[in-house]
Ligand binder design. Structure first.
Ligand SMILES: Nc1ncnc2c1ncn2[C@@H]1O[C@H](COP(=O)(O)OP(=O)(O)O)[C@@H](O)[C@H]1O
Ligand code: SF4
Ligand SMILES: [Mg+2]
Length: 333
């Protein structure tokens, strides 16, 4: 059974011009122990999916799905209490801008120790429990590669660098030993060495703790080294989903191909300094969504049929949503 299983998730936001489908039949399935990449340009709806999973959606927005389950339990119909319990103990989330997620008025040590739930801390007396919390906090810092625990437990958020901040947030996320870690663009804006360290840490946690990871990013190079499968999102629609190696070698959707082509080192056959085959135009706003396939106005392969939204089809376990996938050329050859 999949850990997280989402089928045809639709999320509508009310704007001045009426309801807008910010997510349109998105599907996403995460198995135990896998690292899943969720990729798409900025504004494609990645963070909205994260918010829908964790239940951080304003009450007046409309959320529907054919299926949205956590270990087989329906997330949409369960009680708030049950949902919060899952969020406290089984699913953890880290966001970009680590320093914004931390309380500026408390030290890292205070924040980490406070986040350890009471049931994990034994001891009859207060001082015993405090000592236990401190030991656990130190262990967690070491686990995420922060060796100088004395220095950092006493530091305030404004005194630490970005990479320490992100590692620290990962340590906080590990407090309850979650099964799934959702990392929403955790390396955005980081310089390459720091980024590499965070990616290595996530990969290590996946291997050593069998932690499933949903790695949300707009950065293909960052995800290529660590993910097993990739889901590609465009403008609130799932356009392609499959094994990382398959998608890299043989993308079926024109958008995935354009994404891959704009990351030169991702495709072995692209000569150095060759021109980038990007798409014309930019991602539309929610107020100006095209009818049918939302890539239509930017797609070099678009035809009349594309005003109908393409169904999600598949070749074995490789899913795509396009009336004229790149598969056809290969079949003709
Ligand atoms: N609170 C909100 N109110 C109105 N529109 C929103 C809100 N949050 C996100 N959106 C819109 O939903 C779309 C997807 O946003 P988001 O999920 O943040 O994209 P991504 O994370 O892929 O960059 C964007 O067009 C964004 O403007
Ligand atoms: S359905 Fe049409 S517009 Fe959409 S990606 Fe395929 S060819 Fe392009
Ligand atoms: Mg986002």
């Amino acid at each position: 059974m999949a850990l997280l299983d989402i089928k045809n998730l639709t999320l509508e936001i009310d704007g001045s011009s009426g309801w807008m489908k910010a997510l349109d039949k998105v599907s996403l399935r995460i198995e135990e122990g896998e690292i899943r990449a969720l990729v798409g340009e900025s504004g494609s709806g990645k963070s909205l999916i994260v918010r829908a999973v964790v239940g951080a959606i304003p009450e007046h927005w409309r959320v529907t799905a054919d299926r949205m389950t956590w270990k087989g339990k329906d997330l949409l119909t369960m009680s708030q209490i049950e949902r919060r319990k899952i969020m406290r103990s089984e699913i953890a989330v880290i966001f970009q801008n680590p320093l914004l997620s931390l309380d500026p008025s408390a030290t890292l040590g205070e924040q980490l120790m406070e986040s350890i739930p009471g049931n994990l801390v034994s001891g009859r007396w207060f001082w015993q429990r405090t000592k236990k919390r401190r030991e656990m906090a130190i262990k967690l810092l070491h686990k995420v590669g922060i060796k100088e625990h004395k220095k950092y437990l006493g530091a305030y958020p404004h005194q630490i660098a970005d990479d320490i901040g992100q590692k620290f947030l990962i340590a906080c996320a590990l407090v309850s030993s979650p099964r799934l870690l959702i990392a929403d663009d955790p390396t955005r804006g980081m310089e390459i060495t720091t980024k590499t360290q965070i990616l290595k840490l996530l990969t290590r946690l996946n291997k050593t703790r069998n932690l499933s990871i949903l790695f949300v990013s707009h950065d293909l190079l960052a995800i290529s080294s660590m993910s097993d499968r990739m889901t590609v999102l465009y403008c609130g629609q799932t356009v392609e989903d499959g094994k990382m190696s398959q998608l890299r070698k043989r993308p079926l959707h024109p958008y995935t191909k354009a994404l891959l082509d704009s990351a030169p080192s991702f495709r072995k056959d692209l000569a150095p300094k060759s021109p980038l085959a990007a798409l014309d135009g930019t991602i539309p706003t929610l107020q100006h969504l095209p009818i049918g396939c939302r890539l239509g106005p930017r797609c070099p392969r678009a035809q009349k049929e594309c005003v109908r939204t393409p169904e999600l089809r598949h070749v074995q376990d490789h899913f795509y949503s396009c009336h004229f996938p790149l598969i056809r050329e290969r079949e003709k050859q």
